[in-house]
Ligand binder design. Structure first.
Ligand SMILES: NC(=O)c1ccc[n+]([C@@H]2O[C@H](COP(=O)([O-])OP(=O)(O)OC[C@H]3O[C@@H](n4cnc5c(N)ncnc54)[C@H](OP(=O)(O)O)[C@@H]3O)[C@@H](O)[C@H]2O)c1
Length: 262
């Protein structure tokens, strides 16, 4: 089977395309997943498609849910219908964050935000359209090919306040890409959770970023309520896996990222 990456120009998509030898990558400008005919022409039954194309602006989705649905649900359906097998990348934001221990694949979903609803709708559309589907939920991505929290923090100073009441697992896209590519070679279809091992709050993540880069920026913890955002986020979205997936720790991911960032 040929491997095809859609959304290949995105933060995760670039890493997936880079580590998949022989893969064909389509960037947004080359293939719009909402164009069903174009998807049908570009993708065939001999293709295993890793779908990294998405509307990812969590806050803007609150006011533009319909547009986000067109990409995250309808685009996902187009890709899944055309492909021989498909891997859809989904999100920890399908959960409401009420749990205090890692969410497993079989846990009930309950998205709080429009973005989370569109990702859940994409999971379902993918599963309905193609029995050979992998749904991989990950969380708090940072990678060399995109705007991310690490770069945002390193661009701030000399003092920053960062929320300490949202806990998750910051996941390096280089590590996730390797795990996605390995999973896609097999036939263990269904829902999979793949995120960095360990967990922290955004404040703890920021503190580690400044410590590991030798920055003298001072970081103080604060509450989410002090930084109101359009989209609600789960207070806790650590992912565990009934399949036993175990990625490197978020600290190892941070080190790996700092080694490759440009
Ligand atoms: N970032 C996170 O923290 C996070 C956490 C959990 C899960 N995820 C999931 O991981 C996946 C990858 O996210 P990412 O962080 O790599 O986001 P990203 O950098 O925003 O990548 C998404 C890519 O999709 C492309 N795209 C948007 N609309 C498209 C369309 N209609 N047709 C084809 N391509 C389209 C974008 O192109 P343009 O920029 O040109 O529009 C972009 O290259 C997504 O499914 C996301 O939901 C992300």
């Amino acid at each position: 089977m040929r491997t095809v990456v859609v959304g290949a120009g995105g933060m995760l998509g670039q890493d997936v395309a880079r580590i998949s030898p022989g893969a064909v990558g389509y960037m947004h400008a080359q293939l719009d997943v909402t164009d069903r005919d174009a998807v049908g022409e570009a993708i065939g039954r001999d293709d295993l498609v890793i779908n990294c194309a998405a509307w990812t602006d969590v806050d803007r989705a609150e006011e533009h849910e319909h547009e986000a649905l067109r990409i995250n649900r309808d685009g996902a359906r187009n890709v899944a219908e055309a492909a021989g097998a498909v891997l859809y990348v989904s999100s920890d934001y399908v959960f409401d964050g009420a749990k205090r221990e890692p969410y497993l694949e079989s846990d009930p979903v309950n998205p709080l935000s429009a973005y989370g609803r569109t990702k859940l709708a994409g999971e379902r559309a993918t599963a309905e359209a193609n029995p050979r589907h992998f749904i991989v939920r990950s969380s708090w991505l940072f990678g060399a090919a995109g705007k991310n929290f690490v770069e945002t923090m390193l661009g701030l100073g000399p003092e920053v306040r960062v929320v300490d009441d949202q806990v998750g697992s910051p996941t390096f896209t280089g590590h996730l890409a390797e795990a996605l590519a390995a999973l896609a070679q097999g036939d263990d279809y269904g829902i999979h959770h793949m995120a960095a091992s360990g967990s922290c709050s955004w404040f703890e993540f920021a503190r580690e970023i400044f410590a590991r880069t030798g920055s003298d920026t001072v970081v103080q913890p604060c509450a989410t309520s002090e930084f109101p955002r359009p989209a609600p986020r789960p207070a806790y979205s650590v992912l565990g896996s009934e399949h036993g997936h175990r990625l490197p720790s978020w600290q190892d991911g941070l080190d790996a990222y700092l080694g490759v960032r440009v």
